[in-house]
Design a protein around this ligand. Sequence first.
Ligand SMILES: C[S@@+](CC[C@H](N)C(=O)[O-])C[C@H]1O[C@@H](n2cnc3c(N)ncnc32)[C@H](O)[C@@H]1O
Length: 203
Amino acid sequence: MSNNKKSSIPSTINWFDSNEAFDNLFPDSNSSLMKRHWTPLEVAKKAAQFLAAEKNVQILDIGSGVGKFCLAAANYMPLAFYTGIEQRGNLVEQAIQAKEILGLKNVDLLHGNFSTMNFKNYDHFYFFNSFYENFSFSQNMDNQIEYSKELYEQYTYLLKTKLESKPSGTRLATFHSTEEEIPADYLVVGTEMKNTLKFWVKI
Ligand SMILES: C[S@@+](CC[C@H](N)C(=O)[O-])C[C@H]1O[C@@H](n2cnc3c(N)ncnc32)[C@H](O)[C@@H]1O
């Protein structure tokens, strides 16, 4: 990896000890702006416990960034399989390097737009307010993509439609969601982290 983290960190380190330790897997770990966009470990653990309640389920993270949710969830709840889809190629590269360092086998980190994903291939879903970057210009990660209110509305509508197509019993965990993407037949069955993390089940 470009900053040579793989060779400079002792092999005995427990990456899951703290967010500080885990974030050292990534080249931009010192950037508070970047870290604001990744799921904290304790949130990933709670969300994974909800989503991976049964064995062998397929879980999709919609907008996976450097893969922090997928990698942490794969460690905490190893009997499920996690896929992340992320539009920024440089973040996917970092995610794949971190996956290799962690030696996780139950994660796939893909480069692309969630709009191309077939939701039939996944049982349950995680969503950390991925489209909000189209509004929060002062907190944007970079200038790689165009931000617009139209894109926010288009993605939000598409995600809602894809979630609507899923069968009863589908689980969704949202972190800091505006809830505009959530279909009416998904009901809240639990909340954590002062209501910022919500658990939904389709009736
Ligand atoms: C708030 S970050 C969350 C990252 C990760 N889910 C986590 O929890 O650690 C949202 C990510 O969604 C990505 N994203 C936004 N719109 C997307 C789209 N249409 N398709 C794929 N990724 C998208 C952004 O590039 C960003 O990396």
